[in-house]
Design a protein around this ligand. Structure first.
Ligand SMILES: [Fe+2]
Length: 202
């Protein structure tokens, strides 16, 4: 059973980068839809107490007839709860600590931005791009199809961007690149840093 998280700001808080209409439909319809379908799928089964994260971690144990639905909708629930938190209405810059960590892994903050946004741009169809702390204890950038969450690969997501058309089409239509540049303006770097410190056991 997954309980939807509250949106931590108003629908229009990320204007003009992400518009209020998109945020409202994204949060109320898409996010709640994932949570509701996940809950409905596990209801009445021995798995109904599992949260979405727990279900993803134990996906291989689930019966085959519900596994694919749980994979998609538990991931959709986890991804969006995460996405609301790594966006911020207050403009932020990465701290020196985070900037150093990203520079060591990717060369510089600009190089990281180029890699992250181009990975998101190149994802064919629907999916996500991620900065993760891998199971091998290093930073990495990759994209996943559909709603697949890095937890399925044993990795820990630190930053993620939704490149499903529902995340940008109302305002940006086919201009995914413009949406990605706008996304970059509203990243909650403090949340990214908090997640990296936790993943590294600091
Ligand atoms: Fe989405």
């Amino acid at each position: 059973m997954e309980t939807p998280v509250e949106l931590p700001y108003a629908y229009d808080a990320l204007e003009p980068h992400i518009d209020a209409a998109t945020m409202q439909v994204h949060y109320e319809k898409h996010y709640h839809g994932y949570v509701n379908t996940f809950n409905r799928t596990i209801q009445g089964t021995p798995w109904e107490a599992l949260t979405a994260v727990e279900a993803l971690k134990r996906l291989a144990e689930l019966p085959e007839q519900i596994r694919e639905t749980v994979r998609n909708h538990a991931s959709g629930s986890v991804n969006h709860a995460f996405f609301w938190q790594i966006l911020s209405p207050q403009p932020q810059e990465p701290s020196d600590w985070l900037r150093n960590a990203l520079s060591q892994a990717f060369g510089s903050l600009d190089a990281f931005k180029d890699l992250f946004l181009s990975t998101a741009l190149k994802r064919f169809g629907s999916g996500w791009a991620w900065l993760v702390w891998t199971k091998n204890a290093e930073l990495a950038v990759y994209s996943t199809p559909n709603q697949d969450n890095p937890i399925l690969l044993g990795d820990t997501p630190l930053l993620g961007v939704d490149v499903w058309e529902h995340a940008y089409y109302l305002k940006y239509q086919n201009r995914r690149k413009d949406y990605l540049e706008a996304f970059w303006q509203v990243i909650n770097w403090r949340e990214v840093e908090k997640r990296l410190r936790e993943a590294r056991g600091e």
